[in-house]
Design a protein around this ligand. Structure first.
Ligand SMILES: NC(=O)c1ccc[n+]([C@@H]2O[C@H](COP(=O)([O-])OP(=O)(O)OC[C@H]3O[C@@H](n4cnc5c(N)ncnc54)[C@H](O)[C@@H]3O)[C@@H](O)[C@H]2O)c1
Length: 251
């Protein structure tokens, strides 16, 4: 616990579960006010209940459409006055399907939720960050942004796109006071992965245990990296893609 984010307002997508929830709780413990966004209303209400009504505002909606993103960003600014930190975290998997088994609807859905959403929220929130003297953007990518095999064709393409978008935002807005960085987690135990990990699939378990850390990551471990990137401790960090994967990508 610290006051590293005191006075800051953080808009966090996918805050009802997994890493987004862990980031919301960690940021709140360190002084931030939280706008918790998720398509699942009950889960996002629960996150805000844990933080406390004074410091958390739940918004339910779909981050993959422009109208919905505009509504949510407007509601956030109406409630807390501004947004200083944007954490683009919500994402979905593609069932590890190769190109020939990926239909157009799945491709569009995965690209829209995982990548287009980040363009939409950034476009909506960056102007008021720049006007207010700056801000921080943290985009949750994946090791699938760096190597093949962390997802299927659509997921891997979307996550590679997240790192590219993050670098371009850092390039375009750094001098205007906005720091943008990406986080590339390896296998982390969350709502997204619980069924895969629970299945005890021999290949999956072997892959997870073969990493140097020998285990899955915990959402709270990712949240600590997000706290660093959101805080002034990372004041010289722009456009980086931080790998936090228990060593998955060392080979
Ligand atoms: N779990 C892992 O092993 C892992 C590894 C690398 C990267 N990631 C990435 O981390 C991020 C968080 O995933 P997680 O593992 O915490 O998963 P999760 O399923 O626990 O959480 C994702 C949240 O996003 C929300 N969401 C999904 N679609 C949405 C939409 N259209 N609009 C608004 N909210 C939506 C879900 O309701 C859910 O609460 C994702 O971008 C994921 O790709 C996860």
């Amino acid at each position: 616990m610290s006051d590293k984010l005191a006075g800051k307002v953080a808009f966090i997508t996918g805050a009802g579960s997994g890493m987004g929830k862990a980031v919301a709780l960690e940021f709140a413990r360190n002084g931030a006010k939280i706008v918790a966004v998720d398509i699942n209303k009950e889960s996002v209400n629960n996150t805000c209940f844990e933080i406390g009504a004074e410091n958390a505002f739940p918004i339910d909606g779909d981050i993959s459409t422009a109208d919905s993103v505009k509504r949510m960003c407007d509601e956030a600014i109406a409630h807390f006055g501004r947004v200083d930190i944007l954490v683009n975290n919500a994402g979905i998997l593609d069932n590890y399907l190769p190109v020939t088994e990926t239909d157009e609807a799945l491709w569009d859905k995965v690209l829209n939720v995982n990548l287009k959403s980040m363009f939409l929220t950034t476009r909506a929130l960056i102007p008021q960050m720049v006007d207010g003297g700056g801000g921080v953007i943290i985009n949750v990518a994946s090791i699938a942004a760096l190597v093949a095999g962390g997802g299927g064709a659509a997921y891997t393409a979307s996550k590679h796109g997240v790192v590219g978008l993050t670098r371009q935002i850092a390039f375009d807005y750094g001098l205007k006071g906005v720091r943008a960085n990406a986080i590339c987690p390896g296998a982390v135990e969350t709502g997204m992965t619980k069924d895969i990990f629970a299945s005890d699939d021999v290949a999956v378990m072997a892959a997870v245990r073969s990493v140097p850390a020998g285990r899955y990551g915990k959402p709270e471990e990712i949240a600590k990296l997000a706290l660093y990137l959101a805080s002034e401790d990372a004041s010289f960090v722009h456009g980086a893609a931080f790998v936090i994967d228990g060593g998955w990508t060392v080979k």
